[in-house]
Design a protein around this ligand. Structure first.
Ligand SMILES: Cc1ncc(COP(=O)(O)O)c(C=O)c1O
Length: 404
């Protein structure tokens, strides 16, 4: 008989991890062996957390602010978050509607698990950040992937009619991510408005992960779902500090939900993690209330890097169908022609780039179903020198693999 410790809940067997992390491990191993690897793999800013934020954390440490805090987060931070959302998006969020979490990932888990019942369908525009569908599956629900539209030279967008076509009487939720990982798409009112309208008409919850809300570039029109006065009807809002303030290791994110369900979410939160990290919370207050200039400078730099990357990859013509990302720090170009000519799958293309040419990109299939099977993801959270050199290598390697 199978030992009971091997007999996992079958839903656990459905879960996949973040492939990005496993590719990074391979790249690190190659680097340890002395090989040079230019990485477009990682989804975190290559900047240190701004100094004034680090100083606030040091003060918290020196003051001995090291114990458990309120499960939902310290009032100072919840007030700062509500203030940020209200001043930025003309929203009307109350600090009592904010729940601080250890990273946006925990917020994703809580938002999806709290509403998904066994058999529920959850619509996820695809490609997508892999975590959403894992939580849906673990909750006994069914992810329903709706491919985003790709326009060469333009990038990606959501066609709300495609979403509507996927709605059934079992549809419980739509999960959106705006600005978007992995495509760098930014959804404006022309998409968000009809999407919200559809969700309201059909009684569907909209979970919106807006962790890249500050990474919006020229040509990107961004509309936050929290800006709708009636958001309480059907919105669960997610954001975090990892990207905007280069605070990936601090583990700080948040959820906004209507007041009536907050006690249930807090019960889930205390069960999962007791409270978010105390020191990180003090740092979070400083991040929101303090000087934003370092963030603005970083985002200006990212905009330039996105342009640079699309220009250089553009030299490969239709072998690498690049575009200028309007947000986040990712591009998701199509490499279908190289794959077809070389007779390989995208995972093999990525492997060859890494092992034969020393450049790491992620296969589109990490995001996480089939919509990305002829695309790769590049993160431009890396130096301009790396972008220039790495992108040239990709152009050359793609020509070689395509035999042109
Ligand atoms: C869309 C999206 N949501 C959430 C996260 C996770 O953020 P956190 O570090 O706050 O858990 C990421 C990280 O890559 C992301 O890309």
């Amino acid at each position: 008989m199978e030992p009971p410790t091997l007999a996992l809940n079958p839903l656990m067997l459905e879960i996949i991890g973040e492939t990005g992390f496993s590719y990074l491990e391979v790249a690190r191993r190659l680097q340890r062996e002395g090989k040079r690897v230019i990485s477009f793999g990682i989804g975190q800013p290559d900047y240190a957390t701004p100094r004034h934020i680090r100083e606030a954390a040091k003060r918290a440490l020196d003051e001995g602010f090291t114990g458990y805090t309120e499960t939902r987060g310290i009032p100072e931070l919840r007030e700062a978050i509500a203030w940020y959302l209200n001043s930025r998006f003309k929203a009307d969020v109350d600090a009592e509607e904010v729940i601080v979490t250890p990273g946006a990932k925990t917020a994703i888990y809580m938002a999806i698990a709290a509403y998904t019942r066994p058999g529920d369908e959850v619509i996820i525009p695809e490609p997508s950040y892999y975590a959403y569908s894992q939580v849906v599956k673990l909750s006994g629900g069914r992810p329903v992937f709706v491919p985003m539209r790709f326009e060469p030279g333009e990038g990606f967008t959501i066609d709300v009619e495609d979403v509507e076509g996927a709605v059934t009487e079992r549809t419980r939720m739509i999960v959106i991510n705006n600005p978007h990982n992995p495509t760098g798409a930014v959804l404006g009112s022309s998409v968000i408005e009809p999407l919200m309208d559809l969700a309201r008409r059909r009684g569907i919850i909209v979970v919106s992960d807006e962790i890249y809300d500050n990474f919006v570039y020229e040509g990107g029109e961004f509309r936050s779902v929290i800006s709708y006065p009636d958001w309480r009807e059907n919105v669960v809002y997610i954001n975090g500090f990892s990207k905007t303030f280069s605070m990936t290791g601090w583990r700080l994110g948040y959820l906004v939900v209507r007041r009536e369900v907050v006690p249930r979410f807090v019960d889930l939160a205390v069960t999962l993690y007791s409270c978010p990290p105390s020191i990180a919370q003090k740092a979070g207050v400083e991040a929101l209330r303090g000087d934003w200039e370092p963030v603005r400078a970083m985002i200006r730099e990212f905009e330039e890097r996105g342009k640079l990357l699309s220009e250089i990859l553009g030299e490969a013509g239709d072998l690498v169908e690049s575009y200028r990302p309007k947000g986040a720090f990712y591009m998701f170009p199509r490499v279908a022609k190289v794959l077809r000519r070389a007779g390989i799958r995208v995972e093999e293309y990525v492997k060859r780039l890494l092992h034969e040419h020393g450049v790491l990109v992620l296969p589109g299939t990490s995001f996480p179903d089939t919509a990305g099977s002829t695309h790769v993801r590049l993160s431009f959270a890396t130096s301009r020198e790396n972008i220039v050199e790495g992108a040239r290598i990709i152009v050359e390697a793609s020509r070689k693999m395509a035999g042109s």
